[in-house]
Design a binder for this molecule. Structure first.
Ligand code: DSN
Length: 408
């Protein structure tokens, strides 16, 4: 009794992952051990509640695993309290927001097209439907955050909560300045560090924890763990609310197999080799961004200080993000189209593509291999109508990737 269909689909997906240069900034490749924990018999267990306070019997071992995940996470980010149960970044954000403010209160987050996230107040998301949401943008000329403008907007709308932390912004965030803005209107401050968590954990980006009431993240991007979410805080009262808002507020039984895999990832993230990895991720992104700048592409903010950068591909080569994404995909290079600030294309088409280095750095790419791929991207765009030429590049990309196998 074997489901041949699903396992052959997984085999096909493995082949795709092996052959492709994976440049989606929010993806990564987990270790064998993370995969083993996530695929373990812990999935069989119900454990509603928290360690030592469960609603089911037989939780002694999952309690140990969840405690270990919490202790390791606290060490990784130097925080006092955390919750490792969120099924995803979105449920983490929902619980975090509910722990700070009431339904109908005003929130201020960065707009999605500017690089923010749906759960930071987008009108079709719970965060835009349950709350009175406003968004701030970046500057039109520089694509950088203008803190004075954020402050001006905050003074005008008087939010109860300000959210910072983005999905497509390549420069550091000034959490201290955000705190000042929040204090000036007596608002709570929340940071969603899903993208930069690995940089924060290793000291390559300042930590939001000293400044924010709540910090959320996913665990599968730069942290290189299983798909899921986490919430951290240094405030004991807020921590209690977070626990109640996750369970029973939003979620039922925690995914203990995923929590165990999170614990494994946090263990890996605490090693010196992980710090070296994050450093290489940043060097690789900077090398690739420089290549594109030298070739005359328009890179938002003129480069990057983190793991990703954005290309205004419409301005650079007169094609939409969607067209570019499809073209690269046909040559075994995976990126995602992305709206750019003040985009006149609809999000489905978008004017930008977002490029990130965490995944292929895990597979061993250094600057040289990223520049080789960047060069292929430029060639592909230049020869976009020459299928024979494109097929030759496609072959070169899969040949290169044979030397950089999946860790799992
Ligand atoms: N979907 C994620 C990303 O790609 O950045 C954000 O949650």
């Amino acid at each position: 009794m074997i489901d041949q269909k699903i396992f052959s689909i997984i085999d096909e997906e493995r082949k795709r992952q092996e052959e492709n240069a994976e440049l989606i900034a929010s993806e990564n490749f987990v270790s064998q051990e993370v995969l083993r924990a996530q695929g373990s018999i812990l999935t069989n267990k119900y454990a509603e509640g928290y360690p030592k306070k469960r609603y089911y019997g037989g939780c002694e071992f999952v309690d140990e695993a969840e405690d270990l995940a919490r202790e390791r996470l606290k060490k990784l980010f130097n925080c006092e309290y955390c919750n490792v149960q969120p099924y995803s970044g979105s449920t983490a954000n929902m619980a975090a927001i509910r722990s700070l403010i009431e339904h109908g209160d005003t929130i201020l987050g960065m707009g999605v097209d500017a690089g923010g996230h749906l759960t930071h107040g987008y009108k079709l998301s719970f965060s835009g439907r349950d709350y009175n949401s406003y968004s701030y943008n970046v500057e039109k000329e520089t694509y950088l955050l203008n803190y004075d403008e954020v402050e001006e907007l905050a003074l005008k709308i008087k939010p109860k909560l300000i959210i910072c932390g983005y999905s497509a912004y390549s420069r550091p965030l000034d959490f201290a300045r955000f705190r000042k803005i929040a204090d000036s209107v007596s608002a709570y401050l929340m940071a969603d560090i899903a993208h930069i968590a690995g940089l924060v954990a290793t000291g390559y980006h300042p930590s939001p924890l000293p400044y924010c009431d709540i910090v959320t993240s996913t665990t599968h991007k730069t942290l290189r763990g299983p798909r899921g979410g986490i919430i951290m805080t240094n405030n004991p009262e807020i921590a209690k609310k977070v626990d109640k808002n996750i369970f029973p507020g939003i979620q039922g039984g925690p995914l203990e197999h995923v929590i165990a895999a999170k614990a494994v990832a946090f263990y890996e993230d605490l090693q010196d080799s992980y710090k070296d990895y994050i450093h290489q991720v940043i060097l690789n992104a900077q090398a690739m961004a420089k290549f594109f700048i030298d070739k005359g592409y328009s890179i938002l903010t003129g480069g990057t200080d983190n793991h990703l950068f954005m290309i205004d591909i419409k301005k650079s080569r007169n094609m939409t993000g969607l067209e570019c994404q499809k073209l690269l995909e046909s040559c075994n290079i995976t990126v995602n189209k992305n709206s750019i600030p003040f985009d006149d294309e609809k999000p489905f088409y978008a004017s930008g593509i977002r490029i990130g280095t965490p995944a292929m750095t895990t597979r061993g790419y250094k600057e040289e291999q990223f520049i080789e791929i960047a060069n292929y991207i430029d060639e592909i765009i230049t020869h976009k109508d020459d299928r024979k030429y494109l097929d030759a590049i496609k072959e070169k990309v899969s040949e290169l990737n044979k030397n950089y196998p999946l860790p799992n």
